[in-house]
Design a protein around this ligand. Structure first.
Ligand code: SF4
Length: 378
């Protein structure tokens, strides 16, 4: 039976930007590198973002020679930077295999001062889950992003934020294209690397991982990264309606998700964020959010009401501001802190649910699929 170590060495050259941390350890153990040389390579690849083995400092000639014969570092490059009239940005990274990954940057000003500057990074090319309101789901699933590609998005976002806004990335969200928890190993490795202050990214407590409710991974995140925040998209506390909005929810029962949320809260001490995309005539009645209140019960949670990004061909409609404020009042009266995520980046197709790129390097216009029409009986 071949070992994993042999398996990796059979696929030379090994791309140091595209292997897991487990493979990393196996690879350098096989090469016979000591801990300090391993650390040199690790810092060069993940902290200083070098593009070739010859750029790694402080290796002996023999180490550099043996590494150069078996390893490469394939990098992504910035393909496009789109600016929205509202101040947000959409970055498109060209990956080494021709796929594209999108990152959205949202600066938030209060009274003329930049209060927060967040980046939302993609975790997959396309998505397996096909949520009714989401353009990414229409692409189908192509592949997971690697840990290196996740960190490249963070690094590129930091550079753009510094160049364009002269400030730092304050908050990071695993919330772009793809379901982050479906790519848990790479996400977890990236979170491990970002614990180091020299690595890209904000401190762990300002990092949030979003999910449609993959409850096993919610428990894993609580154990592996208790300091990292969790956001779960519920969108409806009615199982049938949730299934129509998010077909994957047939395998992700609301009771199982709630059990995982309770576990996460006990383990980490942090309240999860419950994300609720508000769609007119679908889930925007006061009774709909009362059902959510009943579902959450005594769970401590922050709720984010997300404004739906209106796309004419989608057949779904944005709920008016007044109604969203009314829903907020119902939730607040029940004791839940509520944020409203207003629209950002619609003019550059960077809004929630709008990210969609083709593998042939052409961006396509966004149109959202929908499984539930606004005028269908509920
Ligand atoms: S909302 Fe998230 S999980 Fe659903 S299809 Fe879009 S990217 Fe996938």
């Amino acid at each position: 039976m071949p070992t994993r170590q042999h398996h990796l060495m059979q696929q030379l050259p090994v791309d140091l930007n595209h292997i897991s941390l487990t493979e990393w350890d196996e690879f350098f153990a096989h090469l016979g590198f000591g801990s300090s040389s391993r650390r040199q390579v690790f810092e060069a690849v993940f902290h200083r973002h070098v593009s070739g083995v010859d750029e790694i400092p402080d290796l002996t000639d023999s180490e550099r020679g043996s590494l150069a014969g078996v390893a490469v570092i394939r990098r992504s490059s910035l393909h496009e930077l789109a600016r929205s009239a509202d101040g947000s940005f959409r970055l498109t990274l060209a990956l080494h295999d021709g796929h594209m990954a999108e990152t959205v940057i949202i600066p938030e000003w209060v009274d003329g001062k930049l209060r927060k500057c967040s980046a939302s990074i993609s975790s997959q090319i396309g998505c397996f889950f096909g949520c009714s309101f989401c353009a990414t789901g229409r692409m189908g699933f192509h592949r997971n992003l690697t840990t290196g590609e996740l960190l490249e998005q963070v690094r590129q976002a930091e550079q753009v934020i510094r160049q364009e806004l002269d400030t730092d990335l304050t908050h990071l969200y695993f919330m772009g294209m793809g379901e982050p928890m479906h790519n848990y190993r790479a996400i977890s490795d990236a979170l491990t690397i970002m614990r180091d202050e020299a690595a890209p990214g904000p401190p762990p407590a300002r990092i949030t991982v979003s999910t449609v409710g993959l409850f096993r991974q919610i428990r894993m995140l609580a154990l592996d990264h208790p300091e990292v925040r969790l956001a779960v998209s519920i969108h409806s506390a009615d199982q049938q309606k949730r299934y129509e909005i998010m077909p994957v929810s047939s395998r992700l029962g609301l009771p199982d998700i709630r059990d995982a949320l309770v576990f996460h809260q006990r383990q980490t001490g942090n309240p999860p964020t419950i994300q609720y995309l508000v769609m007119e005539g679908v889930n925007d009645r006061p009774d709909d959010v009362r059902q959510l209140i009943g579902y959450l019960g005594n769970l401590r949670a922050n709720i984010t009401l997300i404004m739906y990004n209106d796309v004419p061909e989608a057949g779904l409609k944005r709920t008016g501001d007044d109604r969203i404020h009314a829903l907020r009042s119902v939730l607040e009266e029940a004791g839940f802190p509520v944020d409203i995520r207003w629209c950002y980046g619609e003019d550059i197709s960077a809004g929630c649910g709008q990210l969609k790129v083709c593998s042939n390097k052409e961006r396509v216009s966004v149109s959202m699929r929908h499984g539930l029409k606004a005028d269908e009986p509920r």
